[in-house]
Design a protein around this ligand. Structure first.
Ligand code: URA
Length: 225
């Protein structure tokens, strides 16, 4: 009998104990599948080149957007298929809008644009304050579900500011889904406590923040990568 390949380690397909933090009820973490863990390993690797970083983060963003869409309400819808038979299906109820927090959130737009109309709002990079300027939000944004995008949830400052802007524009808190690649436990707690009706969907929860408010182990500055 041949011996097992010593370079192969079998990880559980999806472990339940990977994220060691207690999460608020309105925070959801994607299942830590082998696929997701391998994609995150690529984007975390300091040796990963820009092209691979963009390609791989797009794949994770797509997983987040698809999961986000699963949380939107549906109504029954009957259609007739080309075989002439009836099919009792469902259709999304309501309209959606993607809002990305600049600069890094812009990188998440491609995955979103495939699924819905999207716009941007931005952080003031000069002051690094969580002061937002924003492109024109759709006039009917208050009637839409909003997928708010920011790849890194660190202190939660810019995310909270962006949510406040959406609320000021009449968006209902329960209609906001915040999609995020990597979150700090601090950021999740802060945002979820402040906005208990909003939902956060993240791909991974990391250990915490360093003294520069970078997520660790994290992946560095997402915008620079
Ligand atoms: N923004 C980033 O790009 N990286 C972090 O670790 C935190 C905020």
């Amino acid at each position: 009998m041949s011996s097992p390949n010593p370079t192969t380690t079998c990880l559980p397909a999806s472990g339940s104990n990977v994220h060691k933090v207690e999460l608020p009820e309105n925070a959801l973490v994607l299942a830590p599948t082998r696929q997701l863990q391998s994609l995150l390993t690529i984007i975390r690797d300091e040796k990963t080149q820009r092209g691979d970083f963009v390609f791989t983060s797009d794949r994770i963003i797509r997983l987040l957007v698809e999961e986000g869409l699963n949380h939107l309400p549906v109504v029954s819808k009957k259609v007739i298929t080309p075989t002439g038979k009836e099919y009792e299906g469902v259709a999304f109820q309501g309209r959606i809008c993607g809002v990305s927090i600049m600069r890094a959130g812009e990188a998440m737009e491609a995955g979103l644009r495939d699924c819905c109309r999207s716009v941007r709002i931005g952080k003031d990079e000069e002051t690094t304050q969580a002061k937002l300027f924003y492109a024109k939000l759709p006039d009917d944004i208050s009637k839409r579900f909003v997928l708010l995008l920011d790849p890194m949830l660190a202190t939660g400052g810019s995310c909270i500011k962006a949510i406040e802007v959406l609320l000021e524009h009449g968006v209902e808190e329960e209609k906001i889904l915040f999609l995020n690649l990597i979150a700090s436990p601090e950021g999740i707690q802060k945002v979820c406590t402040r906005f208990p009706k909003l939902r956060i969907i993240t791909a991974w929860v990391d250990e915490g923040l360093d003294s520069n408010s970078y997520i660790v182990p994290g992946l560095g500055d997402f915008g620079d990568r």
